[in-house]
Design a protein around this ligand. Structure first.
Ligand SMILES: [Zn+2]
Length: 458
């Protein structure tokens, strides 16, 4: 991998963010060894798991050997946490490797099964989180003292309080509003506090724009917002969503953030080139890629696509060694026009959301992209109706889409025909589209305000 000349904006940690080649491999080897030995010595759970797999961290001498270490799946994490709650009186898992009294912050992710999984953080875990946030804020061109309005969900979400912690630590003049106050309150507070930065999920911030326009005289194009940081949903990298958010907030630059479970998020952030999210923490996170169908490992190289496997090097509380979280990514290693270091990713989708239509892999984002081409007639909000568990979907795929305003029956028939033919042309299967007038389609949001694109009918 090569990289361009230094960028105009200084990096927060030039050394950590630019590591590559032999220097990086040496650091990865040393950090992995230290992690593996630590979890083996401190956790009977890991010792048992490694013994069963026939690996001993004391003999770990090359990165190739890491391929022999067992994966950690989401189910395993849930089971480990259910057991520790039962046996040890806390939900942080049998794979905890620190004293429980060293944990001073907890978060939870809702998970697809409805049973939350918990993350605990020690003081050092928080320090590394905050370092990664600082790298991100510096890349956004933010300075200590800049005002930032937080409009994500605060309650328990791993991107809630930890993000606020990162903002405070960096010195952002933090406005900790949260999303649960509702979209109109967010618009009102943006008007009253004039932040330079606003943070939230793409669907919620779009909702804020629409509600403010429809129900208030607040002009969000002129409240001074220059940076929009979105996360939690794939929308932050869809050109139509970026353009709607940017226009709605008066030409502000949209940045998209991604984490990796167990890796002290954030570890990926997009840039002004809007051509993928840079990996900003090679010294904190080890990333591997595998084929979700065969389980075969895939090298991280230009054009590669597969499921990411995450290992956070330094996590003290409950480290996850080779965690498979179901994120499907596309890798780009060519230098970015912004000049900053770090190979880039594009989010393809989630393994859980993958559908198999006529033998072809289809992700909800691909369908959403077709729908977004019909803006401004359609808002981009969609629901894909699934009638059975498992990835196979028999065409025609049942799709709901929301119209902007209340178009006439004739207009609706025309939009429906166009969208169905677009899906047929681009994705090569038939869809049956049902249109709804604006705000009349039933939306569903997860605990963290993420819009659910798939509606389960079974
Ligand atoms: Zn870039």
């Amino acid at each position: 991998m090569t990289r361009q000349e230094p960028m105009s904006l200084p990096l927060w940690n030039e050394l950590g963010e630019s590591l590559e080649g032999k220097e990086l491999e040496e650091l990865q080897l040393a950090k992995l060894k230290s992690l593996l030995v630590r979890v083996y010595e401190k956790s009977p759970y890991y010792r048992d798991k490694f013994d069963k797999a026939g690996v001993n961290p004391h003999n770990f001498t090359s990165l190739e050997q890491y391929l022999d270490y067992p994966f950690f799946t989401k189910n395993e994490e849930r089971e480990s946490q259910a057991r520790s709650l039962e046996e040890d009186g806390h939900p942080l898992g049998k794979h905890i490797t620190c004293d429980i009294s060293a944990v001073n912050r907890m978060s939870a992710s809702s998970g697809t099964t409805g049973v939350p999984s918990f993350q605990g953080h020690t003081a050092n875990d928080r320090k590394i989180h905050n370092e990664n946030y600082a790298r991100m804020f510096a890349r956004l061109g933010l300075k200590p003292g800049d005002r930032g309005l937080f409009a994500g969900v605060i309650s328990m979400w791993v991107a809630g309080l930890p993000t606020l912690d990162g903002m405070l630590s960096y010195g952002i003049n933090t406005i900790p509003l949260g999303a649960l106050v509702g979209s109109l309150k967010v618009a009102e507070m943006a008007r009253l506090t004039r932040p330079r930065l606003i943070i939230g999920t793409p669907s919620f911030l779009r909702h804020v724009l629409r509600k403010a326009r429809a129900e208030t005289d607040i002009d969000l194009t002129s409240v001074g917002i220059e940076k929009i940081l979105v996360y939690g949903e794939p929308g932050g990298s869809l050109p139509e969503v970026i353009s709607e958010l940017s226009k709605g907030f008066g030409g502000a630059q949209v940045y998209d953030l991604m984490g990796g479970t167990g890796c002290m998020n954030p570890i990926f952030i997009s840039c002004e080139a809007e051509d993928g999210l840079h990996f900003i923490a090679p010294d904190h996170a080890y990333i591997e890629m595998r084929d979700p169908a065969t389980g075969k490992m895939i090298p991280i190289e230009d054009g590669a696509e597969g499921e990411f496997v995450y290992t956070g090097f330094d996590r003290e509380c409950s480290p996850l060694v080779r965690f498979c979280d179901g994120d499907l990514m596309h890798v780009k290693t060519a230098p970015c026009s912004c000049g900053r270091p770090g190979w880039r990713i594009k989010v393809v989708g989630r393994v859980d959301d993958m559908m198999l239509v006529k033998g072809v892999n289809v992700y909800p984002t691909a369908i959403q992209t077709c729908v977004l081409k019909h803006k401004p007639k359609l808002t981009g909000n969609i629901r894909i109706l699934k009638y059975s568990d498992g990835p196979v979907v028999e065409p025609p795929l049942e799709l709901w889409a929301e119209c902007a305003g209340k178009p006439s029956k004739t207009e609706q028939d025309e939009i429906k025909a166009r969208l169905e033919s677009e899906i047929k042309r681009v994705l090569r299967f038939s869809a049956n589209v049902t249109l709804f007038a604006e705000d009349e389609m039933e939306m569903e949001y997860g605990a963290t305000n993420k819009a659910k694109l798939i509606k389960k009918m079974y």
